[in-house]
Design a protein around this ligand. Structure first.
Ligand code: UDP
Ligand code: MN
Length: 333
């Protein structure tokens, strides 16, 4: 199957390390397809050398940036303009069919069966299920599509400033046209879903095939104790609570490639440095993930509604299931 490939992208060293874990997890689960990574020049030579050991092809691309700060502000992810760089994946015409996977995904078993699907197959986005999430998708490289996408991006832009808004407008009939193009959610399970529908996660979570660490806190933002297999969050905000069991799996895989990283002189410590922590949030407090977070500061109901609408619900605090149920009970009585 040399004309089919898994493709990912990294524009810096942190996502490069994420990609290494993804690539290693695909190898561990014995994929028969090629592994390809798109890199921008910002990725250091050391990381690149290690990526060359794990991936069959390391392809240098230029950064495509939507520079759409207004729309990106709406999703509170100013850094995601560079996700337009993903569009380069359509130019990989040496392959007939590919599966793009975000560098913040981890596979838990062999998923080669996804190559039976057609363009554009993807799983629903947990925030708006009539949109597909662009963390995992099946597509067919094509220069025509690539050019159309580039033209579309300059003419129409993206409603969220990132690749997901753009691709959903481009493949606009995904929600209704063909159910075979809806990948089961277990191919792109995100932490958001775990906390917004816990009983479903308990029921179906054990069948998960791909975990997606969607949101602004990534596994590499945690610290890990390889002896106790415990993860501790260096940064915390209620919008990005990740199931620590999966973070710990990510770190397990990362730890297994540590010797290779050391060999190539990549620093051991990938926890966020001071500058990055500051960038992540002004109001972040340092605490461990395992104990429940302290009560949220009092905010006005208008502000709370705004947060909720922007996907920043405080699921562990005021917006917890228990609190919502209490409110419903009050109304019903
Ligand atoms: N990405 C990258 N550099 C960045 C931001 C994103 O290389 O600064 C790539 C990476 O492959 C990442 C994908 O674009 O997985 C989408 O971004 P992210 O996963 O952070 O978005 P989310 O899934 O949280 O919406
Ligand atoms: Mn992602």
């Amino acid at each position: 199957m040399t004309d089919q490939a898994f493709v990912t992208l990294a524009t810096n060293d942190l996502y490069g390390k994420g990609a290494l874990v993804l690539g290693t997890s695909l190898r561990n689960h014995k994929t028969t397809r090629k592994l390809v990574i798109l890199l921008t020049p910002q990725v250091s030579n050391n990381i690149r050398s290690v990526l060359e050991r794990v991936f069959d092809e390391v392809i240098l691309v230029d950064v495509l940036d939507s520079k759409d700060s207004a729309h990106l502000a709406m999703i509170k992810r100013p850094e995601l303009g560079v996700t337009f760089t993903k569009l380069h994946c359509w130019a990989l015409t040496q392959y007939s069919k590919c599966i793009f996977m975000d560098a913040d995904t981890l596979v838990l078993c062999n998923i080669d069966e996804l190559f039976d699907r057609e363009e554009l197959s993807a799983a629903p986005d947990p925030g708006w299920p009539d949109c597909f999430n662009t963390g995992v998708f099946v597509y067919r490289p094509s220069i025509e599509t690539y050019n159309e996408l580039l033209r579309f991006s300059t003419e129409k832009g993206s409603f969220d400033g990132g690749d997901q808004g753009l691709l959903n407008s481009f493949f606009s009939n995904w929600a209704t046209a063909d159910i075979n193009k809806h990948l089961p959610f277990i191919y792109n399970l995100s932490s958001v879903a775990i906390y917004s529908y816990l009983p479903a996660f308990k029921q179906y979570g054990p069948d998960a095939k791909v975990v997606h660490f969607l949101g602004n806190i990534k596994p590499w933002n945690y610290s890990y104790d390889s002896k106790t297999k415990c993860v501790t969050s260096a940064v915390h905000d209620s919008s990005s609570i990740v199931h620590t069991e999966f973070v710990s799996m990510w770190w397990d895989t990362f730890t297994s490639i540590q010797p290779m990283l050391t060999e190539y002189g990549v620093s051991k410590n990938i926890s966020p440095d001071k500058q990055e922590e500051e960038k992540l949030s002004e109001a972040i407090s340092h605490l461990s993930v395992s104990p429940p977070p302290p009560p949220a500061p009092m905010i006005s109901s208008e502000e709370r509604r705004k947060n909720w609408e922007q996907g920043q619900a405080d699921f562990m605090g005021v917006d917890s299931f228990q609190n919502i149920q209490k409110k419903l009970d009050t109304y019903l009585n």
